[in-house]
Design a protein around this ligand. Structure first.
Ligand code: ARG
Ligand code: GLU
Length: 713
């Protein structure tokens, strides 16, 4: 009997542990480690993050574009002593695309470097290692007080930040960055080592790496083999260096061991990486505006662009290559925001937030001191927010229409370069570089249809004072088409030879170009009528939100608050667990290769399966990578709290071994960027065994398997 009670108690504890919300700071894990151990973790906080000993964080990387070194667009992990890095296929797709042509179509066929010398370099991405993180709030807020005007405050803070960053970047290989946390109530320093020579090693064909395509994107059950492999190269002293044939594979200070054993529902999991942005602490009225005003604008307009581009892609293989990555990024947010809206509505998040605000108001009313601090905060915030909605709506309309037209984007970029203060020969070189790169992926027939639609949307929805004069004149399709064709920027050879011929360009000449003129007028409207009022009101919002965050932390002092995602290193944890997305529907936590074959439809691009994969399936040729019952695992879901940027994040078992790669969230739970709901928020991972099977059995890239340390069944 006693035993029964104890085990029932165990089950009860397991079921009530729902502390899966949160993206925690690696250097403050002491606050979570007790709970993590209770849930099953076998490691100490020092095993995860330490500046004194080798630890897991040393094998986790952030992917960056070299011109934006502190914005981590994806995450990844080091899986061999020779600098092999695994991330998602969709994180590496741009690189694969840049090396692809109609003759060497690596997107369609996949790419495997069978020798180290075949690994493809010259890419514009880098990977960073977090070397240390520390709280620098006191130094950043030195001299700042609550009564000073907000612009003075910002200047003081940014001066203090520059000093801290400079002081921390003494070693030329280290790059320091201070980020704001808890809505700018706290500031932490991150010091990174950023490697710039990252070479493509292996990618499966898109029919595996993006199986299910945009149709299955954000959807569970999922069968996507979303992985790609790179290698970090360093100079002879193992330091970061720009791409050079002299560079050698990076000798990794730590790399992850891979656990290829079978997984089970409720297994403890932990995940690390670089989540981009969340907004968990907004007031009710801000969530309401996101749900009812902002999200619908993006969804509506992007949906139309996607339809047009996809139609062109179906009919023309060169458009397919050029636009695969572009349409994926449009479609990604388009679909996610629909899931977010549904989740927010179904879970009545606005009402939940209103309820909490009532509790806060009651808490404030309890003391004079609180009243003095917070009495009108919510009212003032809401009044300013109404103004913000108006200006942000105007900006969203412009950024989702005119700013998404490719031809108009070129014009804006050229305008910026023309007006920048630099030597003429350098300017010309930069313009030509930009144009060559841009036109490599441009199809004017696609862009003219998209631009026409976007302009119509803008005309139908924007306030009259935000409509450029040129647009008002193009009141019919024929005059728009004539202007589009007349513009030199829609014919690559004309634009390129123009800038090759003219070493000095007077903007007056360019203003005769109809699209350049439109882009220029749009810029003026943006600068004078949109950006100024928007940034003014945003400054007020930021001030209110900082105070509102303070209020929440003080009022709900028992709750453990994690800071919103901001592209800094985070640790999250949870369990492998299925869920109930809607009435009478239950989702299991695992998918298998059998599911790929069920979805297979050779007439539908997203569901095409390569012959070789079918043969391996038919022969049950899964090597040592399958489950005990002979099924080949593909995907799994866990209760970790993740967001964009967490793609490629390693998913660890309780011992810190790699068991999967995060690559998505379930559609029903994408509301977790604004509020995490333990019932329906799940992240989707690729089972590492599927990646191993593809590398080994499908691609025959045994040399890569040999580099890894695999703990087998
Ligand atoms: N939804 C995932 C993310 O936000 C995956 C996107 C790429 N995959 C795709 N099928 N479009 O990045
Ligand atoms: N696919 C996303 C990424 O690229 C992760 C999905 C999400 O959680 O937003 O980071």
């Amino acid at each position: 009997m006693k035993r029964l009670i104890v085990s029932l108690l165990g089950i009860f504890v397991a079921l009530t542990i729902r502390a899966n919300e949160g993206m925690w700071l690696p250097f403050l894990l002491e606050n979570n480690i007790g709970e993590m151990s209770e849930m099953g973790l076998h490691l100490t906080a020092e095993d995860i993050y330490s500046i004194n000993q080798s630890c897991l964080k040393d094998a986790v990387v952030g992917f960056v574009d070299l011109d934006r070194p502190f914005h981590h667009f994806c995450s990844g992990s080091v899986i061999s002593a020779q600098g092999l890095v695994i991330t998602n296929h969709h994180c590496g797709l741009d690189v694969v695309q840049q090396h692809s042509s109609l003759q060497n179509d690596y997107i369609t066929n996949g790419f495997w470097a069978m020798n180290q010398s075949d690994e493809l370099g010259g890419n514009k991405i880098g990977v960073c290692f977090l070397r240390r993180m520390e709280d620098v709030t006191a130094q950043v807020l030195d001299g700042v007080n609550d009564t000073m005007p907000s612009d003075k405050r910002s200047i003081l803070i940014s001066n203090n930040i520059s000093k801290i960053e400079q002081a921390a970047s003494t070693d030329s290989t280290l790059k320091a960055h201070v980020d704001a946390f808890y809505c700018s109530n706290e500031y932490y320093l991150s010091v990174y080592e950023i490697f710039e020579d990252i070479r493509l090693v292996g990618a499966p064909p898109i029919s595996i790496g993006k199986f299910g395509g945009d149709t299955d994107n954000w959807v569970w059950p999922r069968h996507t083999g979303d992985f790609t492999i790179f290698r970090i190269y360093a100079d002879s002293l193992n330091r970061p260096a720009p791409y050079s044939i002299e560079n050698v594979p990076y000798r990794a200070s730590n790399y992850l061991k891979i656990n290829a054993k079978e997984k089970h529902e409720n297994d403890f999991v932990m995940l690390m990486g670089y989540p981009g942005t969340t907004n968990e602490y907004l007031p009710s009225f801000a969530v309401e505006a996101t749900q009812d005003v902002f999200d619908p604008i993006v969804v509506e307009i992007r949906g139309k662009s996607i339809d047009i581009i996809k139609e062109r892609m179906r009919n023309d293989q060169s458009v397919m290559i050029k636009y695969t990555s572009k349409v994926a990024s449009l479609a990604n947010a388009w679909k996610k925001l629909q899931g977010e809206r549904n989740g927010l509505k179904n879970k009545h998040v606005v009402d939940q937030k209103r309820e909490r605000e009532k509790q806060m108001l009651a808490w404030i009313a309890e003391s004079d001191e609180r009243k003095q601090l917070y009495d009108n905060l919510l009212d003032d915030y809401e009044a300013d927010y109404i103004e913000y909605v108006k200006h942000n709506r105007a900006w969203l309309l412009m950024s989702e229409t005119i700013y998404k037209s490719e031809a108009l984007t070129v014009c804006r970029k050229i305008k910026t370069l023309i007006n920048e203060n630099m030597e003429d020969s350098l300017r010309r070189a930069q313009i030509l570089d930009y144009l060559n790169e841009f036109y490599a992926d441009y199809d004017s027939e696609t862009d003219i249809s998209v631009t026409q639609m976007l302009i119509n949307e803008y005309l139908a929805n924007a306030q009259p004072e935000h409509v450029p004069a040129t647009l008002k004149k193009w009141n019919n399709t024929a005059s728009f088409a004539a202007a589009y064709h007349k513009s030199m920027f829609t014919t690559p050879s004309t634009a390129i030879s123009f800038f090759e011929k003219h070493s000095v360009v007077n903007e007056k000449t360019l203003l005769k170009d109809p699209l350049y003129k439109l882009a220029s007028e749009t810029n003026d409207i943006y600068n004078t009528k949109i950006s100024k009022p928007l940034s003014q009101i945003q400054r007020k919002n930021n001030h209110h939100q900082r105070r509102f965050m303070q209020l929440q932390r003080e009022c709900f002092a028992d709750k453990r608050f994690f800071p919103d995602a901001n592209s800094t290193f985070r640790v999250t944890y949870g369990q492998i667990r299925g869920f109930r997305p809607s009435d009478a529907v239950v989702y299991g936590p695992f998918t298998t290769l059998g599911g790929v074959m069920e979805k297979c439809d050779m007439d539908i691009y997203d569901y095409t399966v390569p012959d070789r994969l079918k043969q391996l399936f038919a022969a049950n040729d899964f090597g040592t990578y399958c489950n005990a019952d002979g099924t080949m695992p593909v995907g799994f879901i866990t209760t970790c709290h993740t967001t964009g940027g967490n793609s490629g994040s390693p998913i660890f078992d309780a011992d810190g071994n790699l068991i999967g790669l995060n690559f998505d969230r379930v559609w029903e739970g994408t509301m977790s960027d604004l509020q995490f709901d333990a019932d329906i928020c799940r992240n989707i991972g690729l089972d590492i065994r599927y990646a191993l099977f593809i590398i080994d059995k499908y691609a025959g890239a045994q040399r890569l398997i040999d580099e890894m340390e695999i703990i087998g069944n």
